[in-house]
Design a protein around this ligand. Structure first.
Ligand SMILES: [Zn+2]
Length: 386
């Protein structure tokens, strides 16, 4: 038995307001998952994350497997105990990072052979080992290993890759169920309530997306993710693929759009029935001095902010906007202060989480469409640079 469940509490058009229950508590959806690659969100403490209302964290299996190692984390009692975060955690399969380093990996039917970016050592990631490692980490949601195809891809290559992803999904699911039943000796399962999500692939070809969705659902996972998007295709293409995929997924399971995206992407994907998101954009851009605001994007390094006493976003209630001026944030950035990353990240994540909170409220009150329209209008006015 899994501790995992999901229920849609309100619907407004195709947008859904729901609650996902995991072994470490509930997540109100639609939800955004901050990315804590190495078991930490760069620049923030867990206390900061809690202060801005983060309900679930994403962590990267590839990085934790290589360092400090899944065995070591399992001996600490799993990832929650090791990093001191008692709320839900989702881990990716490790596949995305392995597939990103084209020169250091080789893929065959067995899995992905790769060399560590840390010490060059040889490793093999298979659907089975991806499930084993995540069982040791004890995340609340584990992702099945899929093949991540580069964009753009020819249709024949996309079809082959989608078919392999399905074969891997069967292997990954079998292994997950064996782990759950205690049938894999030598692997310490640190969270018996773990759930596993399947992943729909198919590049930008609607019929491949539909076939992938149908076949992945037939294997049977706790929920379903949409992978292989937000990889360089135009936004309209991504929205269209999301549109055509969500209609093929069960109404009573959460839908997770992997790796997306901009604030506009989140709103547009919610409008098409997506419930979960993760993206490095708010955290990575914060470290590069780019702030997401209710009026568009603001590059704090710009000289025009040198003596600007206003907060980054006058409409934002985060700690950064309550205490720091643009002039101060620009100074911290130019001086290379650690606090620059911390304050910028705090604001950007607050903006994302607050946007999702406003989306959830709008759905409950049946005014998601007007929220969507106002959101687009305020971003298109763009008072700041970019
Ligand atoms: Zn703020």
């Amino acid at each position: 038995m899994t501790a995992f469940s999901f229920s849609v509490t309100h619907a407004d058009g195709r947008a859904r307001r729901g609650r996902m229950t995991t072994a470490h508590g509930d997540v109100e959806t639609p939800a955004f998952m901050p990315v804590g690659t190495q078991g930490a969100v760069k620049g923030l403490t867990h206390r900061d994350l809690e202060s801005i209302g983060a309900a679930i964290l994403l962590s990267n299996t590839y990085h934790l497997y290589l360092r400090p190692g899944a065995d070591l984390i399992a001996r600490r009692g799993g990832l929650h105990a090791f990093i001191g975060w008692q709320k839900p955690i989702l881990t990716d399969s490790g596949g995305y990072q392995v597939f990103s380093m084209a020169a250091r990996r080789k893929v065959d039917e067995e899995g992905a052979h790769f060399r560590s970016h840390l010490d060059g050592s040889a490793h093999l990631l298979t659907p089975e080992s991806a499930a084993d490692i995540q069982a040791q980490l004890g995340s609340d949601v584990a992702m099945v290993l899929d093949e991540c195809l580069a964009h753009p891809a020819e249709e024949a290559a996309a079809r082959q890759s989608m078919a392999r992803t399905l074969r891997w999904a069967c292997r990954g699911r079998d292994r997950f169920l064996a782990l759950r039943d205690g049938l894999v000796p030598g692997v310490r399962v640190t969270n018996p309530g773990q759930a596993q999500f399947g992943i729909v692939q198919g590049s930008v070809f609607p019929h491949l997306r539909e076939e992938s969705a149908r076949e992945t659902v037939a294997i049977g996972f706790e929920a379903y993710a949409i992978g292989g998007l937000s990889v360089g295709e135009p936004s309209e293409v991504m929205y269209d693929m999301v549109d055509r995929t969500t209609v093929c997924l069960p109404e009573d399971r959460p839908r997770y759009l992997m790796g997306a995206g901009t604030p506009e992407d989140l709103v547009e994907a919610v409008a098409r029935g997506v419930d979960l998101f993760d993206c490095v954009l708010p955290t990575r851009n914060a470290r590069n001095g780019q702030l997401f605001t209710s009026q568009g994007r603001l590059n704090i390094k710009n000289a025009r902010y040198a003596e600007d006493d206003r907060p980054p976003d006058p409409a934002c209630g985060c700690y950064t906007c309550r205490t720091a001026s643009r002039a101060y944030l620009r100074h911290l950035y130019m001086a290379g202060e650690i606090n620059s990353s911390t304050l910028n990240t705090l604001h950007n994540l607050h903006f994302y989480l607050d946007t999702l909170g406003r989306i959830r409220d709008a759905i409950v009150f049946g005014r998601f469409e007007s929220f969507r329209r106002e959101f687009q209008q305020s971003l298109s006015r763009q008072l700041h640079d970019q």
